[in-house]
Design a protein around this ligand. Structure first.
Ligand SMILES: [Zn+2]
Length: 438
Protein backbone atom coordinates (compact mmCIF):
# COMPACT_ATOMS: atom_id res chain seq x y z
CA UNK A 1 0.00 0.00 0.00
CA UNK A 2 1.39 3.34 -1.12
CA UNK A 3 -0.23 6.55 0.17
CA UNK A 4 0.74 9.99 -1.13
CA UNK A 5 -0.16 13.12 0.85
CA UNK A 6 0.38 16.24 -1.25
CA UNK A 7 0.16 20.04 -1.02
CA UNK A 8 0.93 20.08 2.66
CA UNK A 9 2.99 22.24 5.03
CA UNK A 10 5.23 19.96 7.09
CA UNK A 11 6.59 20.65 10.58
CA UNK A 12 9.06 17.78 10.69
CA UNK A 13 10.20 18.56 14.26
CA UNK A 14 13.42 16.83 13.17
CA UNK A 15 16.85 17.56 14.68
CA UNK A 16 16.97 21.01 13.07
CA UNK A 17 13.22 21.69 13.25
CA UNK A 18 12.97 21.82 9.45
CA UNK A 19 9.74 23.25 8.06
CA UNK A 20 8.74 22.33 4.51
CA UNK A 21 6.31 25.04 3.44
CA UNK A 22 4.93 23.17 0.45
CA UNK A 23 5.67 19.48 0.17
CA UNK A 24 4.53 15.89 0.10
CA UNK A 25 5.08 12.61 1.93
CA UNK A 26 4.86 9.04 0.69
CA UNK A 27 3.89 6.27 3.09
CA UNK A 28 4.86 2.83 1.82
CA UNK A 29 3.19 0.20 4.00
CA UNK A 30 4.01 1.61 7.42
CA UNK A 31 7.12 3.68 6.66
CA UNK A 32 7.74 7.23 5.40
CA UNK A 33 9.66 6.67 2.15
CA UNK A 34 9.60 10.31 0.94
CA UNK A 35 9.41 13.58 2.87
CA UNK A 36 10.04 16.21 0.22
CA UNK A 37 9.42 19.81 -0.73
CA UNK A 38 7.54 20.75 -3.91
CA UNK A 39 5.10 18.61 -5.88
CA UNK A 40 5.59 14.87 -6.38
CA UNK A 41 7.05 13.82 -9.75
CA UNK A 42 4.87 11.76 -12.12
CA UNK A 43 6.51 8.42 -11.30
CA UNK A 44 5.76 8.92 -7.58
CA UNK A 45 2.13 9.71 -8.37
CA UNK A 46 1.84 6.66 -10.61
CA UNK A 47 3.07 4.35 -7.84
CA UNK A 48 0.52 5.65 -5.33
CA UNK A 49 -2.51 3.53 -4.48
CA UNK A 50 -4.12 6.55 -2.90
CA UNK A 51 -3.42 10.28 -3.34
CA UNK A 52 -4.85 12.77 -0.82
CA UNK A 53 -4.61 16.50 -1.40
CA UNK A 54 -3.89 18.03 2.02
CA UNK A 55 -4.04 21.67 0.95
CA UNK A 56 -4.75 23.96 3.89
CA UNK A 57 -3.32 21.51 6.42
CA UNK A 58 -0.19 21.19 8.55
CA UNK A 59 1.43 17.79 8.91
CA UNK A 60 3.46 17.00 12.03
CA UNK A 61 4.38 14.11 14.36
CA UNK A 62 1.60 12.69 16.53
CA UNK A 63 1.46 13.50 20.25
CA UNK A 64 2.13 11.13 23.17
CA UNK A 65 0.28 11.14 26.49
CA UNK A 66 2.65 9.38 28.88
CA UNK A 67 0.56 8.86 32.00
CA UNK A 68 -3.10 8.09 32.48
CA UNK A 69 -5.95 5.87 33.49
CA UNK A 70 -8.22 5.59 30.46
CA UNK A 71 -10.47 3.20 32.36
CA UNK A 72 -11.43 6.11 34.64
CA UNK A 73 -12.87 8.21 31.82
CA UNK A 74 -16.43 7.58 32.96
CA UNK A 75 -15.49 9.48 36.16
CA UNK A 76 -15.03 12.75 34.28
CA UNK A 77 -16.54 15.50 36.44
CA UNK A 78 -17.57 13.05 39.16
CA UNK A 79 -15.88 15.11 41.93
CA UNK A 80 -14.14 18.42 41.42
CA UNK A 81 -13.14 19.82 44.79
CA UNK A 82 -11.35 17.30 47.01
CA UNK A 83 -7.60 16.83 47.66
CA UNK A 84 -6.02 13.62 46.35
CA UNK A 85 -6.28 11.40 49.46
CA UNK A 86 -9.95 12.26 50.18
CA UNK A 87 -10.79 12.31 46.46
CA UNK A 88 -9.55 8.72 46.15
CA UNK A 89 -11.08 7.36 49.36
CA UNK A 90 -14.44 9.12 49.27
CA UNK A 91 -15.27 9.26 45.58
CA UNK A 92 -12.97 7.46 43.16
CA UNK A 93 -12.41 4.12 44.91
CA UNK A 94 -16.15 3.60 45.72
CA UNK A 95 -16.98 4.30 42.04
CA UNK A 96 -14.19 2.01 40.84
CA UNK A 97 -15.48 -0.71 43.14
CA UNK A 98 -18.65 -0.83 41.03
CA UNK A 99 -16.95 -0.84 37.62
CA UNK A 100 -17.62 -3.97 35.60
CA UNK A 101 -16.20 -5.11 32.30
CA UNK A 102 -18.73 -3.19 30.15
CA UNK A 103 -18.19 0.06 32.09
CA UNK A 104 -14.40 -0.15 31.86
CA UNK A 105 -14.54 -0.97 28.16
CA UNK A 106 -16.90 1.94 27.48
CA UNK A 107 -14.65 4.38 29.37
CA UNK A 108 -11.59 3.26 27.47
CA UNK A 109 -13.27 3.53 24.08
CA UNK A 110 -14.36 7.05 25.00
CA UNK A 111 -10.78 7.92 25.99
CA UNK A 112 -9.34 6.58 22.74
CA UNK A 113 -11.88 8.45 20.63
CA UNK A 114 -11.02 11.70 22.44
CA UNK A 115 -7.29 11.10 22.12
CA UNK A 116 -7.31 10.24 18.41
CA UNK A 117 -9.59 13.19 17.58
CA UNK A 118 -7.20 15.59 19.33
CA UNK A 119 -4.02 14.19 17.76
CA UNK A 120 -2.69 11.81 20.41
CA UNK A 121 -1.31 8.67 18.79
CA UNK A 122 0.15 6.89 21.82
CA UNK A 123 -0.56 6.76 25.54
CA UNK A 124 0.25 4.96 28.76
CA UNK A 125 -2.41 3.12 30.72
CA UNK A 126 -1.87 2.37 34.42
CA UNK A 127 -4.73 0.25 35.72
CA UNK A 128 -5.66 -3.06 37.29
CA UNK A 129 -8.88 -4.19 35.58
CA UNK A 130 -9.47 -6.10 32.32
CA UNK A 131 -6.08 -5.29 30.83
CA UNK A 132 -6.22 -8.12 28.25
CA UNK A 133 -9.47 -6.65 26.95
CA UNK A 134 -7.82 -3.27 26.58
CA UNK A 135 -4.89 -4.72 24.68
CA UNK A 136 -7.37 -6.29 22.25
CA UNK A 137 -9.22 -2.95 21.91
CA UNK A 138 -5.96 -1.16 21.11
CA UNK A 139 -4.97 -3.81 18.60
CA UNK A 140 -8.16 -3.03 16.66
CA UNK A 141 -8.11 0.73 17.17
CA UNK A 142 -4.58 1.16 15.82
CA UNK A 143 -3.12 3.41 18.52
CA UNK A 144 0.22 2.93 20.25
CA UNK A 145 0.23 2.21 23.97
CA UNK A 146 2.21 1.21 26.99
CA UNK A 147 0.02 -1.00 29.14
CA UNK A 148 0.70 -1.61 32.81
CA UNK A 149 -1.34 -3.80 35.12
CA UNK A 150 -0.61 -1.71 38.21
CA UNK A 151 -0.48 -3.16 41.72
CA UNK A 152 -1.23 -1.84 45.20
CA UNK A 153 0.66 -3.62 47.97
CA UNK A 154 -1.42 -2.83 51.06
CA UNK A 155 -2.35 -6.48 51.52
CA UNK A 156 -0.92 -9.86 52.54
CA UNK A 157 2.27 -11.26 51.01
CA UNK A 158 0.18 -13.91 49.19
CA UNK A 159 -2.05 -11.26 47.63
CA UNK A 160 0.96 -9.13 46.70
CA UNK A 161 2.57 -12.10 44.96
CA UNK A 162 -0.63 -13.04 43.15
CA UNK A 163 -1.01 -9.48 41.81
CA UNK A 164 2.64 -9.35 40.76
CA UNK A 165 2.35 -12.71 38.97
CA UNK A 166 -0.75 -11.50 37.12
CA UNK A 167 0.96 -8.24 36.21
CA UNK A 168 4.13 -9.97 34.99
CA UNK A 169 2.19 -12.56 32.96
CA UNK A 170 0.18 -9.79 31.29
CA UNK A 171 3.35 -7.79 30.57
CA UNK A 172 5.19 -10.80 29.13
CA UNK A 173 2.34 -11.83 26.87
CA UNK A 174 1.63 -8.40 25.32
CA UNK A 175 5.03 -6.71 25.04
CA UNK A 176 5.75 -6.02 21.35
CA UNK A 177 2.31 -7.20 20.20
CA UNK A 178 0.06 -5.48 17.64
CA UNK A 179 2.94 -4.90 15.23
CA UNK A 180 5.07 -3.51 18.06
CA UNK A 181 2.48 -0.83 18.87
CA UNK A 182 1.89 -2.27 22.35
CA UNK A 183 4.61 -2.26 24.99
CA UNK A 184 4.36 -3.11 28.65
CA UNK A 185 5.89 -2.14 31.98
CA UNK A 186 5.49 -3.30 35.55
CA UNK A 187 3.83 -0.72 37.77
CA UNK A 188 3.79 -0.44 41.54
CA UNK A 189 1.07 2.16 42.13
CA UNK A 190 3.05 4.52 44.41
CA UNK A 191 5.56 4.51 47.29
CA UNK A 192 2.73 5.14 49.78
CA UNK A 193 0.63 2.23 48.50
CA UNK A 194 3.48 -0.26 47.98
CA UNK A 195 5.90 -1.16 50.80
CA UNK A 196 9.55 -0.90 49.73
CA UNK A 197 10.17 -4.67 49.90
CA UNK A 198 7.27 -5.16 47.46
CA UNK A 199 8.69 -2.51 45.11
CA UNK A 200 12.02 -4.33 45.36
CA UNK A 201 10.41 -7.62 44.28
CA UNK A 202 8.62 -5.87 41.41
CA UNK A 203 11.91 -4.37 40.21
CA UNK A 204 13.58 -7.80 40.38
CA UNK A 205 10.79 -9.22 38.21
CA UNK A 206 11.16 -6.30 35.78
CA UNK A 207 14.89 -7.06 35.50
CA UNK A 208 14.05 -10.69 34.65
CA UNK A 209 11.53 -9.60 32.02
CA UNK A 210 13.77 -6.75 30.75
CA UNK A 211 10.93 -4.27 31.20
CA UNK A 212 10.80 -0.69 32.52
CA UNK A 213 8.91 0.22 35.69
CA UNK A 214 6.26 2.91 35.95
CA UNK A 215 5.13 4.48 39.24
CA UNK A 216 3.48 7.60 40.68
CA UNK A 217 6.15 9.53 42.61
CA UNK A 218 6.01 12.48 45.03
CA UNK A 219 2.64 13.65 43.75
CA UNK A 220 1.56 15.46 46.95
CA UNK A 221 3.37 17.11 49.83
CA UNK A 222 1.35 15.04 52.30
CA UNK A 223 2.57 11.82 50.70
CA UNK A 224 6.20 12.95 50.93
CA UNK A 225 5.79 14.26 54.51
CA UNK A 226 4.22 10.95 55.58
CA UNK A 227 7.13 9.10 53.98
CA UNK A 228 9.62 11.18 55.98
CA UNK A 229 7.65 10.40 59.17
CA UNK A 230 7.56 6.66 58.51
CA UNK A 231 10.94 6.10 56.84
CA UNK A 232 12.97 9.20 57.64
CA UNK A 233 13.56 10.03 54.01
CA UNK A 234 12.06 11.07 50.66
CA UNK A 235 10.59 8.17 48.61
CA UNK A 236 13.13 8.72 45.82
CA UNK A 237 16.00 8.56 48.32
CA UNK A 238 14.58 5.30 49.61
CA UNK A 239 14.52 3.79 46.10
CA UNK A 240 18.12 4.94 45.74
CA UNK A 241 19.12 3.52 49.13
CA UNK A 242 17.81 0.11 48.06
CA UNK A 243 19.79 0.41 44.81
CA UNK A 244 16.63 0.24 42.71
CA UNK A 245 17.13 3.28 40.48
CA UNK A 246 19.97 1.78 38.44
CA UNK A 247 18.48 -1.65 37.92
CA UNK A 248 15.73 -0.79 35.46
CA UNK A 249 14.46 2.03 33.26
CA UNK A 250 12.08 4.07 35.45
CA UNK A 251 9.24 6.23 34.21
CA UNK A 252 7.83 8.27 37.09
CA UNK A 253 4.54 10.13 36.91
CA UNK A 254 4.30 13.57 38.57
CA UNK A 255 7.52 14.21 40.52
CA UNK A 256 5.95 17.35 41.99
CA UNK A 257 7.76 17.46 45.32
CA UNK A 258 11.41 17.04 44.44
CA UNK A 259 14.48 18.95 45.60
CA UNK A 260 17.42 19.79 43.34
CA UNK A 261 19.36 16.74 44.65
CA UNK A 262 16.47 14.51 43.53
CA UNK A 263 16.44 16.07 40.08
CA UNK A 264 20.16 15.36 39.81
CA UNK A 265 19.53 11.78 40.90
CA UNK A 266 16.89 11.41 38.17
CA UNK A 267 19.36 12.76 35.60
CA UNK A 268 22.18 10.46 36.80
CA UNK A 269 20.02 7.35 36.69
CA UNK A 270 18.37 8.39 33.41
CA UNK A 271 14.92 8.07 34.95
CA UNK A 272 12.11 9.53 32.85
CA UNK A 273 9.40 11.87 34.12
CA UNK A 274 5.81 12.22 32.96
CA UNK A 275 4.73 15.73 33.93
CA UNK A 276 0.95 16.08 34.55
CA UNK A 277 0.36 19.77 35.26
CA UNK A 278 -3.43 20.02 35.03
CA UNK A 279 -4.06 17.04 37.30
CA UNK A 280 -1.55 18.46 39.77
CA UNK A 281 -3.32 21.81 39.72
CA UNK A 282 -6.82 20.40 39.98
CA UNK A 283 -6.06 18.15 42.93
CA UNK A 284 -4.18 20.98 44.63
CA UNK A 285 -0.99 18.93 44.56
CA UNK A 286 1.42 21.65 43.47
CA UNK A 287 3.66 22.30 40.48
CA UNK A 288 6.55 20.08 39.42
CA UNK A 289 9.96 21.76 38.93
CA UNK A 290 9.77 21.29 35.16
CA UNK A 291 12.19 24.04 34.21
CA UNK A 292 14.81 22.73 36.68
CA UNK A 293 14.35 19.20 35.35
CA UNK A 294 14.92 20.33 31.77
CA UNK A 295 17.97 22.35 32.82
CA UNK A 296 19.39 19.24 34.47
CA UNK A 297 18.76 17.19 31.30
CA UNK A 298 16.04 15.00 32.74
CA UNK A 299 13.88 13.57 29.94
CA UNK A 300 10.38 14.94 30.55
CA UNK A 301 7.25 14.08 28.62
CA UNK A 302 3.66 15.13 29.30
CA UNK A 303 0.64 13.22 30.57
CA UNK A 304 -3.00 14.08 31.21
CA UNK A 305 -3.53 11.58 34.07
CA UNK A 306 -7.12 10.34 34.37
CA UNK A 307 -9.84 12.70 33.19
CA UNK A 308 -11.42 12.44 36.62
CA UNK A 309 -8.65 14.89 37.59
CA UNK A 310 -8.16 16.95 34.44
CA UNK A 311 -10.91 16.88 32.80
CA UNK A 312 -9.89 16.37 29.19
CA UNK A 313 -7.33 14.37 27.23
CA UNK A 314 -6.33 17.35 25.08
CA UNK A 315 -2.53 17.32 24.96
CA UNK A 316 -2.40 20.82 23.43
CA UNK A 317 -4.08 22.22 26.51
CA UNK A 318 -1.79 20.17 28.75
CA UNK A 319 1.35 21.38 26.97
CA UNK A 320 0.31 25.03 27.04
CA UNK A 321 -0.47 24.79 30.75
CA UNK A 322 2.92 23.17 31.43
CA UNK A 323 4.81 25.97 29.69
CA UNK A 324 2.77 28.92 30.95
CA UNK A 325 2.84 27.75 34.56
CA UNK A 326 6.63 27.67 34.62
CA UNK A 327 6.94 31.10 33.04
CA UNK A 328 4.43 32.70 35.39
CA UNK A 329 5.48 31.11 38.64
CA UNK A 330 9.21 31.52 38.04
CA UNK A 331 8.59 35.05 36.65
CA UNK A 332 10.88 34.09 33.83
CA UNK A 333 9.65 34.45 30.23
CA UNK A 334 12.36 32.15 28.88
CA UNK A 335 11.81 29.35 31.41
CA UNK A 336 10.88 26.97 28.56
CA UNK A 337 11.17 27.71 24.87
CA UNK A 338 8.92 26.56 22.02
CA UNK A 339 11.31 23.87 20.81
CA UNK A 340 11.74 22.33 24.25
CA UNK A 341 7.96 22.35 24.61
CA UNK A 342 7.35 20.57 21.29
CA UNK A 343 9.97 17.93 22.11
CA UNK A 344 8.15 16.98 25.32
CA UNK A 345 4.99 15.88 23.48
CA UNK A 346 6.75 14.24 20.52
CA UNK A 347 10.33 12.92 20.81
CA UNK A 348 10.40 12.58 24.62
CA UNK A 349 6.94 11.00 24.55
CA UNK A 350 8.02 8.47 21.93
CA UNK A 351 11.02 7.62 24.13
CA UNK A 352 8.97 7.31 27.33
CA UNK A 353 6.54 4.96 25.60
CA UNK A 354 9.37 2.74 24.28
CA UNK A 355 8.20 3.12 20.68
CA UNK A 356 11.66 2.94 19.13
CA UNK A 357 10.47 5.81 16.93
CA UNK A 358 12.03 9.29 16.70
CA UNK A 359 8.84 11.33 17.16
CA UNK A 360 9.78 13.22 13.97
CA UNK A 361 8.63 13.27 10.36
CA UNK A 362 11.62 11.71 8.64
CA UNK A 363 12.34 9.13 5.93
CA UNK A 364 12.72 5.64 7.39
CA UNK A 365 10.60 6.33 10.47
CA UNK A 366 7.25 4.62 10.90
CA UNK A 367 4.51 6.75 9.35
CA UNK A 368 2.98 8.33 12.44
CA UNK A 369 1.60 11.79 11.78
CA UNK A 370 -1.29 14.13 12.40
CA UNK A 371 -2.74 16.93 10.29
CA UNK A 372 -4.26 20.19 11.50
CA UNK A 373 -6.62 22.59 9.73
CA UNK A 374 -4.45 25.66 9.25
CA UNK A 375 -7.33 27.88 8.17
CA UNK A 376 -8.68 28.49 11.70
CA UNK A 377 -8.65 32.17 12.75
CA UNK A 378 -6.61 31.44 15.88
CA UNK A 379 -3.80 30.00 13.71
CA UNK A 380 -3.36 33.20 11.62
CA UNK A 381 -1.05 34.70 10.56
CA UNK A 382 0.19 31.27 9.65
CA UNK A 383 3.93 32.01 9.40
CA UNK A 384 4.79 31.31 13.06
CA UNK A 385 4.06 27.61 12.84
CA UNK A 386 6.06 26.32 15.82
CA UNK A 387 4.74 29.02 18.11
CA UNK A 388 1.16 28.30 17.09
CA UNK A 389 1.60 24.62 17.87
CA UNK A 390 2.50 25.46 21.47
CA UNK A 391 0.45 28.59 22.17
CA UNK A 392 -2.58 28.57 19.86
CA UNK A 393 -3.47 25.11 18.52
CA UNK A 394 -6.32 23.08 20.01
CA UNK A 395 -7.32 19.45 19.86
CA UNK A 396 -10.29 20.39 17.69
CA UNK A 397 -7.90 21.63 14.95
CA UNK A 398 -6.80 18.03 14.26
CA UNK A 399 -8.35 16.63 11.08
CA UNK A 400 -6.39 13.46 10.25
CA UNK A 401 -4.29 10.90 12.10
CA UNK A 402 -1.98 8.16 10.81
CA UNK A 403 -0.24 5.51 12.92
CA UNK A 404 2.16 3.11 11.16
CA UNK A 405 0.65 4.35 7.91
CA UNK A 406 -2.87 3.31 8.91
CA UNK A 407 -5.51 6.03 8.87
CA UNK A 408 -7.32 6.41 12.22
CA UNK A 409 -9.01 9.77 11.54
CA UNK A 410 -9.98 11.35 8.20
CA UNK A 411 -11.41 14.86 7.97
CA UNK A 412 -12.37 14.61 11.67
CA UNK A 413 -14.17 11.26 11.22
CA UNK A 414 -12.92 8.30 13.23
CA UNK A 415 -12.10 5.35 10.99
CA UNK A 416 -11.50 2.54 13.50
CA UNK A 417 -14.03 3.55 16.18
CA UNK A 418 -17.78 4.22 16.11
CA UNK A 419 -18.17 7.60 17.81
CA UNK A 420 -21.93 7.58 18.17
CA UNK A 421 -21.96 4.12 19.75
CA UNK A 422 -19.11 5.11 22.09
CA UNK A 423 -21.00 8.21 23.27
CA UNK A 424 -24.19 6.23 23.88
CA UNK A 425 -22.45 3.45 25.79
CA UNK A 426 -20.42 5.87 27.93
CA UNK A 427 -23.58 7.60 29.12
CA UNK A 428 -25.42 4.34 29.64
CA UNK A 429 -22.55 2.78 31.63
CA UNK A 430 -22.02 5.89 33.76
CA UNK A 431 -25.71 5.94 34.71
CA UNK A 432 -25.58 2.24 35.58
CA UNK A 433 -22.52 2.57 37.85
CA UNK A 434 -23.62 5.83 39.50
CA UNK A 435 -27.04 4.35 40.24
CA UNK A 436 -25.50 1.26 41.87
CA UNK A 437 -23.59 3.45 44.37
CA UNK A 438 -26.59 5.42 45.63
ZN1 LIG B 1 -2.12 8.77 37.81
Amino acid sequence: MNTLLTNVRIATLDDTFTIIDHGYVVITDKIFTHVESGDPPEHVKKQADRIRNMQGKWLLPGLYNTHGHAAMTLMRGYEDDLPLDRWLKEKIWPFEGKLDREAVTAGRALAMSEMIKSGTIGFLEMYHLFMDDFAEQIKDTGMRAVLTRSVIGLCSREEQDAKLDESAAFAASWNGEADNRIHTMLAPHAPNTCPIDYIKRIVERAVDLQLPVHMHLAETKKEVDDHYKMHGMHPLDQLDQYGLLNQVQWLFAHGVHLEQKHIELLAETKALISHNPISNLKLGSGMAPLSQMLQSNVSVSIGCDGVSANNTLDMWEELRMAVLLQKGLLQQADAINVKQALRMVTKEGATALQTGQPGMITVGAEADCILLDQTAAHLQPEQQLHSHLVYAARGSDVTDVYVQGRSLLENKQLITLDEEKIRFEANEQFAKVAHSII
